[in-house]
Ligand binder design. Structure first.
Ligand code: FES
Ligand SMILES: [Fe+2]
Length: 401
């Protein structure tokens, strides 16, 4: 639901092309995406408060690798490849757990929470084994917005540039997002969606509102400007939030009022919805009283797991847990939006392998900014971005006038 207004008329055609259909269906291209995008960039994997005490760990899958994320005793949260350094068995074989050490179930090599090898049968008779060198192989970890972000690259992209920079570009100033205090919010609800669609279809869907009038009746009721398909994040270079309708009291499924407003939001963030994509796998949606954050985990070329969190003030979540506050109307609005969007993506996925979609589809002007995502994607895979071809065509068209 992020749409940039066009600053100027488009040279040439109203329609821009999308990548070819097979880029959404080819397992080899998906493997290249895993290697070049998800295994190279920062991924937002889980909430830091879901590992509240030392020894708690969870498994996540990033690209083609399984990763253990664990709260250590001495150094906060760490993450390791779930690969035993002895002969490779999975060290953690369940999705989550709590333990004093991480012990492989095959020959009992045992690792400290900080990663080093601390015990193994007959280890004392092998004094030349370097416990650190044979520790679990770590991956890079950062915490931001209350989430754990991991990067599998040997040399990760600069977090401030790659992640905060992305937010800055989309949200105006990174400080604007600070007003929501996301790192201090608590999770009131999480829903997991197993979407039978390529991850790019989900991003493309999130980036446009051309479909809002057709498939999101509840959302367009709350935010009427979405009905024209042109609601925007940026208008004349300024960040633009989508305004609630005049009769609407809150971002809820029936427009009734929500819960306590986040205390530090700016006046221009009241009665407004903002949304950004943090490539490659995060969507952040903000409204005055809560934040909705999506994390995507591509499983295959035609399947993506999406985890969606609804974040509220901690005191609100306490009341939810105590049963004295009901936020189901707040949750239901975006849950329906998710279901509607993912169903559309699932109904699109099968056509990606149709012969009539072999050379791709079309983006109308209100979707042209999705080309920027496509250009980024081509570049990430080391392919020539069609933007260059478009620029050449536009220059040639102007020259021939
Ligand atoms: S494979 Fe893990 S201890 Fe042998
Ligand atoms: Fe949508």
């Amino acid at each position: 639901m992020i749409i940039d207004h066009l600053d100027e008329p488009l040279p040439g055609s109203s329609l821009r092309s999308t990548p070819p259909g097979d880029t959404y269906t080819d397992p080899e291209i998906f493997a290249q995406e895993q290697a070049a995008i998800f295994e190279k960039m920062w991924n937002c994997v889980l909430r830091a408060d879901s590992l509240p005490s030392a020894g708690e760990w969870k498994k996540v899958t990033i690209g083609r690798e399984e990763i253990i994320v664990v709260r250590t005793r001495r150094s906060g949260i760490a993450a390791y490849y779930n690969v035993c350094r002895h002969r490779g068995m999975r060290v953690c074989t369940t999705d989550q757990g709590r333990s004093k050490t991480l012990q492989c179930g095959y020959h009992a090599w045992t690792y400290a929470l900080e990663g080093e090898l601390v015990a193994a049968p007959n280890l004392t008779s092998m004094p030349d084994v370097d416990n650190k060198a044979y520790g679990l192989r770590p991956v890079h970890v950062r915490e931001w917005l209350g989430y754990v972000w991991v990067c599998l690259a040997d040399i990760p992209p600069d977090f401030d540039q790659a992640v905060l920079g992305e937010v800055r570009t989309s949200f105006g100033e990174v400080e604007s997002i600070d007003n929501y205090g996301i790192e201090n919010l608590a999770c009131g609800e999480t829903k997991t969606y197993d979407v039978q669609a390529n991850w790019k279809l989900i991003i493309e869907n999130f980036m446009e509102c051309y479909h809002c009038a057709t498939i999101h009746p509840e959302l367009t009721e709350v935010i009427p400007e979405f009905a024209d398909g042109l609601a925007s994040q940026r208008e004349n270079g300024e960040v633009h939030g989508a305004a609630f309708g005049s009769e609407i009291d809150g971002f809820t499924v029936d427009g009734s009022s929500g819960v306590s407003e986040l205390p530090a939001i700016a006046p221009d963030q009241e009665r407004k919805y903002y949304a950004i994509t943090v490539r490659p796998q995060v969507f952040i949606n903000t409204v005055p009283d809560h934040v909705i954050l999506h994390r995507m985990f591509p499983v295959s070329e035609s399947r993506t797991i999406v985890e969606c969190d609804w974040l509220f003030l901690p005191e609100v979540v306490e009341q939810i847990r105590a049963g004295s506050l009901d936020v189901s109307k707040s949750v239901e609005l975006f849950h329906r939006v998710n279901q509607q969007d993912f169903e559309a993506c699932e109904q699109t996925q099968p056509s990606m392998s149709s012969k009539v979609y072999a050379s791709g589809g079309a983006l109308v002007p209100s979707e042209h900014h999705i080309s920027e995502f496509h250009d980024w994607w081509y570049e990430a895979l080391g392919w020539r971005a069609p933007k260059e071809a478009r620029d050449e065509q536009a220059t040639a068209a102007q020259a021939s006038r």
